[in-house]
Design a protein around this ligand. Structure first.
Ligand SMILES: Cc1cc2nc3c(=O)[nH]c(=O)nc-3n(C[C@H](O)[C@H](O)[C@H](O)COP(=O)(O)OP(=O)(O)OC[C@H]3O[C@@H](n4cnc5c(N)ncnc54)[C@H](O)[C@@H]3O)c2cc1C
Length: 358
């Protein structure tokens, strides 16, 4: 728990996904208060779970592995609380069973992935201020710190800024101020590339022919993932199927109507339904920045030559749940180091309180 609070060392954190939350908790534990701002109505970002037809479905991240000691320890704590459980040791491609265990169990969160984010937000508690349903439209250097402006007109100022939105979105927030970063930093950030994903959620009445343990994974196919959230254990009351289109199909469906997208995805799903199983309800979700396919090798990027500004998220390190968590921790460490060296500490524009200038 925090030993002290640096009221003049607050950090603006744009994004309450896993990386932003992990950073907020680590900063709070070091005594730095954060303002966590997210455009979503709930924390979690791509740790997204949706309630439909009396059931639950993960429509962003589906499962995760734990490879680093730090993340393994966090996952073990959540396992002991009953929040996280092992689903399987791998997934079939629908033709062959899983060939061999790669040593990394596939973990899922009871009641859906979004619970992980909510659990972390509980840890952060009142040590950070959460501002949901709040879309930041610009960030810019201000004196020895940063100014962030929301769509509503609310403005926040603080000595340090952490941007955890997908990198193209973070760069767009900076606008012309990105020109004040070094060209090396700008080049590193603009090299990062994400793949889109069009996802379908289908409530079905009846059984599926999905292989054990209720999912199939085919990384190079048109449909990369189909999973039964009931067999996954998160939707006891209803059978909800999640289906992910691969990058090529996602790109070709991107500008199509929702009806066309659902038609294409439900045709794919029908191959995996028991005869007589009907689709009762269907929803389409478009993830423009689903998963980074060109990442930055370091776990975060501390912009040089400016008041503390850190970019973080799953594009830094490994492009998965674990990578986002580790990136958040690295970002917090970088900010603590920068702030402890005095960067931004002469910044006193009113203790980072939001000001509504509408
Ligand atoms: C379809 C899909 C399937 C996936 N499957 C897996 C999987 O099975 N296993 C796995 O390990 N990983 C998977 N992932 C990846 C995993 O979800 C991510 O790596 C991780 O959740 C990213 O966390 P993050 O904090 O970096 O980003 P995000 O979760 O994207 O958080 C960024 C946050 O910033 C907010 N934001 C953006 N712009 C603004 C703004 N202007 N103002 C305010 N807030 C803003 C967003 O609302 C969001 O909450 C999947 C992702 C998708 C989309």
């Amino acid at each position: 728990m925090p030993s002290q609070t640096h009221l003049d060392s607050e950090v603006l954190i744009v994004g309450a996904g896993l990386s932003g939350l992990a950073a907020a908790r680590a900063l709070a534990q070091a005594g730095y208060r954060g303002h966590v701002i997210d455009k979503g109505s709930s924390v979690g970002g791509r740790l997204a779970t949706r309630r439909i037809a009396g059931g639950l479905a993960d429509h962003g991240a589906q499962f995760f592995t734990a490879r680093s000691e730090v993340w393994k320890a966090q996952v073990a704590q959540w396992q002991s609380e009953g929040l996280v459980t092992i689903w399987s040791n791998g997934f079939s491609d629908g033709k062959r069973p899983v060939e061999s265990f790669d040593g990394h169990p596939r973990f899922v969160t009871r009641e859906g992935m979004n619970r992980l984010a909510k659990r972390l937000a509980v840890d952060v508690g009142e040590l950070a201020s959460f501002h949901l349903d709040t879309r930041i439209v610009s960030v810019e250097p201000l004196g020895n710190g940063w100014l962030a402006v929301a769509e509503s007109g609310t403005r926040w100022t603080a000595p340090a800024l952490l941007l955890t939105a997908p990198v193209p979105q973070s760069l767009a927030l900076l606008g012309d101020a990105a020109g004040r970063m070094s060209s090396a930093d700008r080049d590193a950030l603009t090299r990062i590339v994400y793949a889109p994903c069009v996802a379908g959620l289908f409530a079905v009445g009846g059984g599926t022919r999905l292989p054990h343990p209720g999912a199939l994974q085919r990384p190079d196919a048109e449909i990369t993932w189909i999973a039964d959230n009931q067999r996954k254990g998160i939707s006891p009351g209803a059978r909800i199927i999640t289906l992910h289109a691969g990058t090529r199909l996602s790109q070709s469906l991107w500008d199509q109507s929702e009806a066309t997208g659902l038609q294409v995805l439900s045709a794919e799903l029908s191959h995996w339904l028991e005869p007589g199983t009907a689709i009762h309800e269907a929803h389409l979700k478009r993830w423009r920045y689903a998963q980074p396919i060109v990442t930055h090798p370091e776990r975060c990027l501390l912009a040089s030559g400016l008041s503390p500004l850190v970019f973080a998220g799953d594009a830094f390190g490994e492009s998965r749940v674990e990578g986002a968590y580790l990136s958040g921790l690295a970002a917090a460490a970088a900010l603590i180091e920068a702030l402890s060296q005095g960067h931004g500490l002469s910044f006193h524009p009113g203790n980072s309180q939001p000001r509504n200038e509408n």
